[in-house]
Design a protein around this ligand. Structure first.
Ligand code: CA
Length: 218
């Protein structure tokens, strides 16, 4: 998934970002509301992770203004304030979930999957597509009941396909899923990773639509 982390505490921000990257989520990290505004204009995110006390404003005001503009990107609030009023205010402003610091990184991963699944409209994390079985929650893929080892980027790509089976995904969209904000993108990167993924899961599952993109066959 493509994630935006909005957090001004350096140690926590680093830890969360590294953890999410290791799980194969392309994660952009910004420390101010102003930088978050800029990032959101240029990039479609799957989930936002939002701290409340930020140097240039309050996270709830940011979220409220986002929702007012019609932006419905799922949002998980991260905050030190263990207060019921904050929680209610955050959920009222359009947050999907809430984590109180300090939180366990495993718990964050579970909440992320659950929020993303809710939005993708498939609450069941186990997907069966042809001879392949994908467990989005455990981040495992089986082909003919055989567990397949994927790298973080291969998984990031398969995760995008699995969330949109039968739908053609454009190359720019897949590039977004593979890369962090500002990272160099080679013109053939998507082709390279699709080809690696095909070698592992089988050639027939991902179809190339020349000039349009790629599709996971249902
Ligand atoms: Ca803060």
């Amino acid at each position: 998934m493509r994630l935006l982390l909005i957090e001004d505490e350096t140690v926590l921000g680093n830890a969360v970002r590294d953890n999410l990257l290791a799980q194969g989520h392309a994660t952009d990290w910004v420390e101010t509301i102003s930088d978050a505004d800029t990032a959101i204009i240029t990039t479609p995110y799957d989930v936002l992770l939002l701290d409340l006390n930020l140097p240039d404003g309050h996270g709830i005001d940011f979220l409220r203004s986002l929702r007012k503009q019609g932006n419905e990107t799922p949002c998980i609030i991260l905050t030190a304030q263990d207060q019921v009023t904050d929680r209610i205010e955050g959920l009222d402003a359009g947050a999907d979930d809430y984590l109180v610091k300090p939180f366990d990184l495993g718990e964050l991963a579970a909440r992320l999957s659950s929020v993303a699944r809710r939005y993708a409209g498939s609450p069941n994390p186990l997907l069966r597509i042809a001879n392949m079985e994908i467990d989005l929650a455990k981040r495992q893929v089986f082909v003919d009941q055989q567990l397949i080892e994927l790298t973080a980027r291969e998984w990031a790509l398969l995760d995008q396909f699995a969330r949109h089976p039968g739908i053609t995904l454009s190359k720019p969209r897949l590039e977004e899923a593979l890369y962090e904000f500002g990272a160099e993108i080679e013109s053939n990167t998507v082709e390279v990773y699709v080809s690696r993924l095909r070698k592992k899961i089988g050639n027939h599952l991902i179809k190339t639509l020349r000039g349009i993109g790629y599709r996971l066959e249902e």
